[in-house]
Write a protein of this length. Structure first.
Length: 158
């Protein structure tokens, strides 16, 4: 690996982890307070599950981004990286909308857009480097579950 590739790999892994850290910092208080008072769906995982799952998914998405970013610059590569950025922004916003602003309905709209953005990212990544697309299928599955969970919280706590 060249120095440039190493820097790109570290950057690709650091950005999603930093996004998670910032969102987590601003939403932690709501988890112990407001969130714990909500009516919870029966299938809600224990809170300790979310950290390891999201950390793993952020590392996967960061590595898949690196696999695309290392390709020669092209219109398709740039489009794929833009879609990646959009899904990461939607992911970041969801935490604030749901936990910080306590707007479960708006968060449901955001996570619905996130689901489509993750699917678009998988398709765009797969066209360039199949492994980069396929490795994000667990992310899409988790966002699918999180969407159902968000909808359930919204329904149970109107």
């Amino acid at each position: 690996m060249t120095n440039r590739q190493i820097i790109r790999l570290i950057t690709s892994l650091t950005i999603p982890l930093a996004v998670a850290a910032v969102a987590g910092y601003f939403t932690t208080a709501a988890i112990a307070g407001w969130y714990s008072t909500l009516n919870q769906p029966s299938f809600n995982p224990p809170n300790w599950v979310f950290g390891p799952v999201w950390t793993t998914l952020y590392l996967i998405m960061g590595f898949s981004c690196y696999l695309i970013w290392r390709l020669p610059e092209s219109r398709n590569r740039n489009k794929a990286l833009t879609i990646y950025g959009v899904q990461l922004a939607l992911n970041f916003l969801w935490s604030f909308i749901f936990f910080y602003f306590k707007r479960m309905g708006v968060a449901l709209i955001d996570i619905s857009f996130l689901w489509f953005a993750v699917l678009a990212m998988i398709v765009a990544f797969r066209k360039l480097t199949p492994a980069a697309g396929y490795m994000n299928i667990p992310y899409l599955a988790w966002v699918s579950f999180a969407t159902i969970l968000n909808a359930s919280y919204y329904y149970l706590n109107q």
